[in-house]
Write a protein that binds this ligand. Sequence first.
Ligand code: C5P
Length: 278
Amino acid sequence: MKLKARAKINLALNVASRRSDGYHELEMIMLPLDFYDDIDIVFSDEDLVELVEGVIPQENTMTKAIALMKETYHLEQCFKVVATKSIPMEAGLAGGSADAAAVMHGINRLCNLKISDEELAALSVKIGADVPFCVIGKPAVVSGIGEQIEPIDCICDFELLLVKPKQGVSTPQAFKTLDIDACDHPDISLIKEALVSNDYSTIINASKNSLEESALRLVPTIATIKEELLAFGFDFALMSGSGSCVFALTKDKDLIQNAMNAFDYDFMYHTTVAKEAL
Ligand code: C5P
């Protein structure tokens, strides 16, 4: 069975507070992209996760997803997953989380378990805070540590250019160096309303990321990329998640093509918001 493990962006990310367990209360607008890893999952004699190209640590989000599904639903079967990775690591695009979500959906379907997306999402937070959103796979306001998902009905008729510098950002590191009192705090309700009413100018004026400043200190190239993309003519540029990928917005497809030709960044990809889940 073949599935798409879709990347996401955080159109906006507000860190509300630091919790006593070290995690942070967040409010985010998350959008699934038409950019994905390909996940192929079949029954097998033993549990196995392989990449078509490259190597993956012995324990990874996909092995965790298999173990969690087997343990929770008392499954006797084993599964082989072959993943074709396109989403870069340490980018803030939820590549690992998307892979885990796809494996959970794959096992649900292969074994005909008929578990609802909501139940799978609630379970999936055990793998990581971004996995519940990836399980639901729709534009959403996401809160808590990432487990509360409120889907939004929106058009999102803009084009995105993803640009990632060579250096990634470690998520724990970005959270650790964050100054909650000094960082940006986007108004998530305002941006949600702007998405619903397709008010592009409010979207680009109000969207911010609380983690951007701390990530910029770790990887200063993020700031250079943003400046260059804005100077090139994009309407908006912001880091996604804890970085280091930047997304730039425009409604002009030619501008994206020109930017792809003009710049020589480590990773560039033209995409749109996904119109269907998996
Ligand atoms: O849950 P996940 O493993 O994806 O989170 C990676 C790290 O990001 C955590 O160890 C934590 O440092 C940080 N994090 C956080 N608050 C969140 C989500 C992640 O502090 N809501």
